[in-house]
Design a protein around this ligand. Structure first.
Ligand code: SF4
Length: 289
């Protein structure tokens, strides 16, 4: 069997996609028909930080998504995402796992941009779509649906029919990291993908919802790098905190506790708290609800 990087690997078990029934290896080879996969066997693969910078520059949003989805620049994360994809969690043992980086997803011209940390090993790394198929996503999509930013409240796999309304979601680091903790070097290696995506969508964005202090810092850093004026000293993250980013038009940055189980189980983040921030985002972006 040919691997996603063109190498010939050991015979892999093919398993049916839970929605389409089509058979896939884990990790999923680009261009093999996975719902939403925009890459193919010819999509260039970044294998170093320098190559990430080169491949992230000067390309359109579709090609950017494709290039992100085959990136292999962080050896530790490549090994981890593929190991998780092969070994799987027992409850998903009968499913293929995406096992590749997770591109941004949603409207190509969003008014609201949601910035998270990184995909979950058995969530996005399994389903191939950001926040899809894990408990954090269950919370987030339900909240987005309640305030009119998503067409349905659940998000189970990449062919579930869900659409975001004038909204896009991105992870700061595009591969699932062990213990949900990317290293500083991995964050920096991945940053050009985020910067390039923000350049593509910033014209339409009016509100950025940063999930957790990691998303907050990443959003401030990325908008600063692409030429927007960010407040100095850097505003502190908090749930409901806001800051103004100045560029060709103002963008409101809103802080929201990350809907991780650690926060939702302990009551640190409740549904009303989530709805309050997401509702402010929808209102500030003038999206009717
Ligand atoms: S974390 Fe980012 S830069 Fe590193 S391999 Fe994944 S997509 Fe590439």
């Amino acid at each position: 069997m040919t691997g996603h990087d063109g190498s010939v690997g050991p015979l892999q078990l093919l398993l049916p996609h839970p929605a389409t029934g089509e058979l896939f290896a884990s990790p999923v080879p680009p261009g093999s028909g996975w719902p939403g996969d925009v890459a193919d066997a010819d999509t260039p693969v970044a294998r170093t930080a320098v190559q990430v910078r080169r491949l992230a520059a000067g390309t359109g949003l579709d090609e950017l998504e494709a290039r992100v989805s085959v990136c292999a620049a962080c050896p530790r994360l490549v090994a981890w995402r593929e190991q998780v994809a092969r070994e799987k969690r027992a409850s998903y043992a009968d499913e293929p796992y995406w096992g590749r980086p997770i591109a941004g997803w949603g409207a190509p011209d969003p008014r609201v941009l949601v910035v998270g940390l990184a995909p979950a090993a058995h969530g996005g790394n399994r389903t191939g779509r950001v926040f899809t198929g894990d408990r954090s996503g269950d919370w987030l999509f339900a909240g987005l649906h309640r305030v009119g930013l998503a067409t349905q409240a659940t998000s189970t796999h990449a062919a579930d029919g869900l659409r975001l309304v004038d909204t896009r979601m991105v992870a700061t680091v595009r591969c699932a990291p062990p213990l949900n903790k990317p290293t500083t070097q991995e964050r920096d290696t991945c940053a050009p993908w985020l910067d390039a995506e923000l350049r593509q969508v910033a014209d339409s964005v009016r509100v950025v919802v940063a999930l957790g202090s990691y998303g907050w810092a990443a959003a401030l850093g990325a908008f600063g790098r692409i030429g927007w004026e960010v407040p100095r000293p850097r505003p502190k993250f908090g749930h409901g905190a806001s800051a103004s980013l100045d560029g060709p038009h103002p963008i409101t940055l809103l802080g929201c506790y990350h809907p991780s189980q650690q926060n939702t189980f302990t009551g640190r983040l409740t549904e009303p708290m989530l709805d309050e921030v997401l509702g402010r985002a929808a209102d500030a972006a003038r999206i009717p609800r």
